[in-house]
Design a binder for this molecule. Sequence first.
Ligand code: FUL
Length: 693
Amino acid sequence: MSRFHSMIMLFCLFISSFSYAQTKAPAPFGPVPTENQMRWQEMEYYAFVHFSLNTYTDQSWGYGNEDVKLFNPEKLDCRQWARTCKEAGMKGIIITAKHHCGFCLWPSKYTEYSVKNAPWKNGKGDVVKEMADACKEYGLKLGIYLSPWDRNSTDYGKPEYITYFRNQLTELLTNYGPIFEIWFDGANGGSGYYGGANETRKIDAKTYYDWANTYKLIRKLQPNIVIWNDGGNRADLRWVGTEGGSVGETNWSLLNATGDVPYEMLHYGVENGNAWVPAEVNTSIRPEWFYHPGENSRVKTVPQLMETYYNSIGHNGTLLLNFPIDTKGLIYENDVKAALAFADAVKKAFAVNLAANTKATASNVRGNAKQFAAAMAADSNKNTYWATDDNVTNASLTIDFGKSTKFNRFLVQEYIRLGQRVKTFTVEALVDGNWKEVANATTIGYKRILRFSTVKATKVRFSITDSKACPLISNISIYNAPQILASPSIIRSQSGDINIIPADAESVVYYTMDGTIPTAKSKKYTAPFQTEGKVQVSAIAYEPASGKSSPMTHEKFDIEKKNWKIVGTEDEKASAILDGNPATAWHQSKDKKLPVDLIIDLGNEENLSGFRYLPEQTLWNPGIITDYQFYVSEDNIEWKLVSQGEFSNIRNNPLWQTKNFERVKARYIKLSALKNTEHNDNIGYAEIDVITN
Ligand code: FUL
């Protein structure tokens, strides 16, 4: 090489390193995640396991007086739990070391109410230890759920309990290796056994636990942990305001460090919040958290779980999916099947990234530098990103497939280490030479997945239409997910009409009423039809073009409600309670004070052995009953009390509540509401039903 050439080369090198140095990486904008939060966010999907004395009493919440002798799983196998979670693609397991009843799954030194006094392994067992070992074997991380509320402890409500609580925390965070997450349930205080006191103890959840010092202790013992706590006691992660399995489409990973956090803030985050508090979506694979044999056929289906996937991981959240451990000490086979089928469906949906190895160009590239080029969003490297110049808050990136390509999913990720920025964006497809918008959305965050009808196009244009600061996009992936048919829903109106509603218009519904499994050869549903008395209906949605069927929906209906009347109200809207439609509700008049009664005339004398209550399903006007009494009468004058108690966990998980009682003949029923979730007098009902035999 001549001297001249080498001089030119040196000059070029100098210029390029100069321009490289000129293109500074963007500065962080607003709050950013800690390393612990980042590690947690990247786990995306992990399990809860609910196991305690409740497993043996068919309860949602134990009172604290249940006998430890009940705990004797014949086949307890934490390796089966870990294997299932691993095969289901999960990255960790959070175990209910202690639920509200106070029973400890580990032999705590500080209480007698634990496995050490249970017949299981002659009191020598330790479920938390077995769980920790199984997690290690399967390469999963371990998390701990420790209920702050303890309905067994004599000291609950007194300062001594805080020492007890911290002692237990210290045991759990010292003896079982690294813990990735600690979970403190928001249910705090209320009635309980409390060492025999059998009373109601109220605490102020914000001050009683002295969380600031408890958090210090936790971080000292487990520096890499993330802390989950309910909204009022701000920690590292936030609840999303529902246990139904979704977080808002708009989902900022931000809250304010102090102040109240109403439902909207939990669900959507706070756009200009001053603290990084990302969302974790917790939901169960069955309606309830603990094992109830009656729910063995109510395990969520693949379409339902996929819906949850898109509404959690696809909405900038993580997914914490619960397995109730059964009485034997295993994850029940139906739940295992569902989890594996769900994992398979996720794998198939995201099998081929159509954006990989395509040409990406952008309307603006930061300093025209290679390191921030559009290609950085399509390079499958989470540490590189496409960035624009500082003053740019709208910009677009175009992916050129090079050929006509079918797709129906768009996945996008921000480089959140420098803050969450994007406020709104659109996705367009170039179809026959014209740009057609296929989706638009608000926030992105760590990960956002958009679903739309399958489109065939040569190019995709992703346009950020508003952003808090210059956008930083670390990944764009495009997929063509196979269609999955959702199960139809079945309702029966007050007059006895069965309505079967398919989830999408293109499918045909087939049904049976004799308990057999419907197929495309069964009776075709065309319009609502009349039924009388007790009936059962099973239905599937079927798509003729592909020959695919949905999972089956099965509903059992008790006696018809044709002659039922709500007594003591002229309000016609009260019929919402009897219309069979969970989406409609009725509320008692505002001036009624608790206890508030609802009386129903069944029209005939019936053999009653239970009742069911479904609270209002919308999030805005709940009026949910927590404490009740249920009476029956033959004449609407003399009443007999046949059931009373609480609807446990109904606030967070507003499911059908079923209460059984000794068989009794009656024509009138009265549900007396004693307390509600809001501590006021608002009382509402979506549905009321009876169980007869
Ligand atoms: C709720 C609890 O009360 C439930 O029993 C369950 O543990 C769930 C994860 O959190 O608030």
